[in-house]
Design a binder for this molecule. Structure first.
Ligand code: HEM
Length: 65
């Protein structure tokens, strides 16, 4: 989705796939109050984190051994 999609999702509460975020679980109305500079910094930070191994990744690695 990229930085633009990230900011759009946080501001609108709707993901690029069209899923409405449930404010009960995903606090987008609070995060939406941050200015663009802060949201860009959050996006840059999140994208700089190492990828997590999901159960699917682990199963794939095991089957390739
Ligand atoms: C600064 C960025 C974000 C923060 C701090 C944040 C925080 C959270 C938190 C605290 C929850 C609740 C988790 C739980 O109780 O188990 C949540 C849920 C969720 N978040 Fe985020 N989130 C962020 C960005 C996003 C983005 C960009 C998307 C989608 C493109 C997203 C999609 C979701 C979804 C789908 C849920 C599950 C609740 C639901 O279905 O509405 N979040 N998020």
């Amino acid at each position: 989705m990229g930085e633009e999609g990230f900011i759009k999702t946080i501001r609108s509460g709707v993901t690029p796939e069209g899923k409405k975020l449930d404010q009960k679980f995903m606090p987008w109305q609070n995060i939406a109050q941050q200015d663009d500079e802060a949201l860009k910094a959050i996006y840059t930070y999140l994208m700089a984190q190492p990828k997590l191994e999901t159960p699917k990744d682990l199963a794939k690695a095991k089957s390739e051994k």
